[in-house]
Design a protein around this ligand. Structure first.
Ligand SMILES: Nc1ncnc2c1ncn2[C@@H]1O[C@H](COP(=O)(O)OP(=O)(O)OP(=O)(O)O)[C@@H](O)[C@H]1O
Ligand SMILES: [Mg+2]
Length: 225
């Protein structure tokens, strides 16, 4: 069954009286448990697409259906509830809370789904260990390197074990070895939990992990190489 359905999705931005059409009649269907890698030139609309899939923004036309929910007509409150229940985000910028340590950053995200503090603590620890940060759980973001902060953001998104992970250049700050281990972790979660991944990147190394590679260009998605 398709987890993600995009049906003739249009998205443009209006600024200073000018319209920029970014996505033009985009169609896409992705199965539950699929890993898609999306490539495309800078400014082609990759982040825009992730924002629509995650209910951060709404399309100007067309329909976005995720896990049986047509979110294109949702108001702000329903979108926020949808994001909490269904989506894990790994942003280009990590959006860690500077006054919380690594473990608390992960726990905060888990608290939006469950109030079981002991279970949240165990899960935060488990996922920080899985991304190789077992010894840095008490460090605050400013006490972590860029790559370590990126891994906290990855742990935060994965720990929720959501049905959909949206990742924007998720390994951009990691060395080759770390990149491989993070991608292998995501492949394991895909296989074990049936998590679905949309990974946006300029990095060709990530293509080999994908079930499908798509190229966004001129507002449309095409099969990538
Ligand atoms: N809030 C906004 N208001 C106006 N224009 C925007 C807005 N957000 C994005 N755009 C424009 O939409 C286009 C697509 O932007 P987007 O961020 O989706 O590109 P991208 O493919 O993610 O690029 P990159 O690879 O550089 O991250 C760009 O031309 C950008 O200037
Ligand atoms: Mg982008």
């Amino acid at each position: 069954m398709a987890l993600v359905e995009l049906d003739s999705v249009d998205k443009g931005y209006y600024s200073s009286g000018e319209v920029t059409e970014v996505l033009k009649g985009l169609d896409l269907s992705a199965d539950k448990g699929e890993m898609l890698v999306i490539m495309g030139p800078s400014g082609s609309g990759k982040t825009t697409l992730l924002n629509l899939l995650g209910g951060i923004d709404v399309p100007n036309g067309g329909r976005v259906t995720i896990d049986g929910e047509d979110i294109s007509g949702y108001n702000a409150a329903k979108l926020s509830d949808f994001r909490r229940r269904k989506v894990g985000f790994i942003f280009q910028f990590y959006n860690l809370i500077p006054t919380l340590n690594a473990k608390e950053n992960v726990e905060l995200s888990l608290e939006t789904v469950s109030k079981d503090r002991a279970a949240n603590s165990a899960k935060a620890k488990k996922y920080l260990e899985l991304v190789g940060l077992g010894d840095k759980m008490r460090n605050f973001p400013q006490e972590l390197s860029g790559g370590e902060q990126q891994r906290v953001a990855i742990a935060r998104a994965l720990a929720k074990e959501p049905v959909l992970i949206l990742a924007d250049e998720p390994t951009g700050n990691l060395d080759g070895k770390r990149e491989r281990s993070i991608m292998e972790l995501m492949k394991e979660l895909q296989a074990e939990l049936g998590m679905t991944f949309f990974i946006v990147t300029h990095n060709h190394n990530l293509k080999k992990f994908a079930d499908r590679v798509l190229e966004l260009d001129d507002g449309r998605l095409q099969r990538g190489v």
